[in-house]
Ligand binder design. Structure first.
Ligand code: R5P
Length: 306
C-alpha cells in the first residue's frame, strides 16, 4: 500500500500512515507564476493499492483539482486501485436543486472524481445518507459518532443530567445514533430556518417531540455534522440558555470554521467544543475551548479490513 496526502490533509495523512505502520508520501508540487499547479508522483506505485488523503475543505476548488491531479499521476504511473480518503466532501450540501436554475454542484464533483479514475471513496459524516447512492463507485461512509460517544462516556456525567440536542431537524438521525451508544439520556431537536439568500439562521423553537421541561439545569450536548459560520450552533446556544441549561458542550465532525466562527464559539456560553481532524484547523482558528479528536485510527482500521 502507498499512502499519499494532498495539501489539505498532511497532518491526518501522517496520523494515518503511523496507524498503519506505513510511510507517508507527498507528491512533488510546483505552482507556476500564473497559479497553475504541476503534480508529479516520484514513488513507484506500479500495481500498488494507493490511498490518497485529501479533504475537500477550503480552498475547496484548489483541493479538488489537486486530488484529481494526484489521482491522474498515480494512475498514469500504473497504480492499481486508488482509494480517495476524502474526510470532508466539499459541495455535499449542494446535492439537489433548491431554487430554479441552480447547478447541482455535488453531481459535478462526483462526475469529476469518477472520470479521473478514483476507484473508491472513504468519507465521514455526510450531510445526507443518500449521497453515497449518487456515486457509481463504492463509498464507505464512516461516522465520528462512535468517537463522540467514547468522549462523552469519559466525561462520566450522570445520565439524568444530560440532554442530547440536534440543532436542526436534519440532524435528528445523528442524535439517534449517538443515543444508541449512550442509552437512557433525554433528547431534544431545534427547528432551524435558514434564509436561502443571506444564509442567516433562525432557531426559535424546539420540535414538538422534544421534552423541553427536561432542560433546566442540565448539560446540553449539541451534535452536528459541521460548523461553518457558526450560526447554527450560536442560535441553538441562545435557545438552550433561554430554557435554563447549565452547561453546553458541542460535538461537530467537520470544523470548517468559516468567517469569524472561531471567535463566535469562544465568546459564546459554551463549555467545550469537540471537532475532528477531517479538516485541518490552522493555528489562527484554534481557540481555548476547542478540542480536536482524530479519525486516523478509524480510517486505518477500515483500510485494513476492506
Ligand atoms: C446544516 O444543515 C448543517 O447540518 C450544519 O448545521 C450547518 O451547515 C452549519 O453551518 P453554520 O455553522 O454556518 O450554521
Amino acid at each position: 500500500m502507498r499512502i499519499f496526502s494532498g495539501s489539505s490533509s498532511q497532518k491526518l495523512g501522517e496520523g494515518l500512515a503511523k496507524a498503519l505502520n506505513e510511510k507517508l508520501f507527498l507528491p512533488e508540487k510546483f505552482v507556476f507564476p500564473d497559479g497553475e499547479e504541476r503534480i508529479r508522483i516520484l514513488e513507484k506505485v506500479l500495481d500498488e493499492d494507493v490511498v490518497i488523503v485529501e479533504s475537500l475543505s477550503p480552498p475547496v476548488n484548489e483541493n479538488l483539482i489537486e486530488l484529481c491531479f494526484i489521482t491522474d499521476g498515480v494512475k498514469r504511473s500504473g497504480g492499481k486501485r486508488v482509494t480517495a480518503v476524502i474526510p470532508y466532501l466539499g459541495y455535499q450540501r449542494q446535492d439537489r436543486v433548491f431554487r430554479e436554475g441552480e447547478a447541482v454542484s455535488l453531481h459535478v464533483v462526483i462526475k469529476i472524481l469518477e472520470a479521473v479514475g478514483v476507484d473508491r471513496i472513504i468519507t465521514f459524516d455526510l450531510h445526507s445518507i443518500k449521497i453515497p447512492e449518487l456515486f457509481h463507485i463504492p463509498v464507505l461512509h464512516l461516522s465520528a459518532i462512535p468517537l463522540f460517544a467514547k468522549t462523552i462516556k469519559k466525561m462520566r456525567l450522570p445520565k439524568k443530567s444530560v440532554v442530547l440536542i440536534s440543532p436542526d431537524m436534519g440532524g435528528v438521525r445523528r442524535v439517534k445514533l449517538l443515543l444508541e451508544q449512550l442509552d437512557g439520556v433525554a433528547t431534544a431537536s431545534i427547528v432551524k430556518d435558514r434564509d436561502l439568500v443571506t444564509g442567516a439562521v433562525t432557531a426559535k423553537k424546539f420540535s414538538s417531540a422534544s421534552n423541553i421541561t427536561e432542560l433546566k439545569n442540565k448539560t446540553a450536548i449539541i451534535v452536528d455534522d459541521m460548523i461553518s459560520g457558526g450560526g447554527t450552533i450560536i442560535k441553538a446556544v441562545e435557545l438552550l440558555k433561554e430554557h435554563g441549561v447549565a452547561k453546553i458542550v458541542v460535538f461537530a465532525t467537520h470544523p470548517l470554521f468559516s468567517q469569524n466562527a472561531a471567535t463566535l464559539l469562544q465568546d459564546a456560553p459554551i463549555d467545550r467544543v469537540y471537532v475532528t481532524d477531517t479538516i485541518f484547523v490552522p493555528k489562527k482558528k484554534r481557540f481555548a475551548k476547542l478540542e480536536i479528536l482524530s479519525i486516523a485510527d478509524m480510517v486505518a482500521q477500515n483500510l485494513k479490513t476492506v
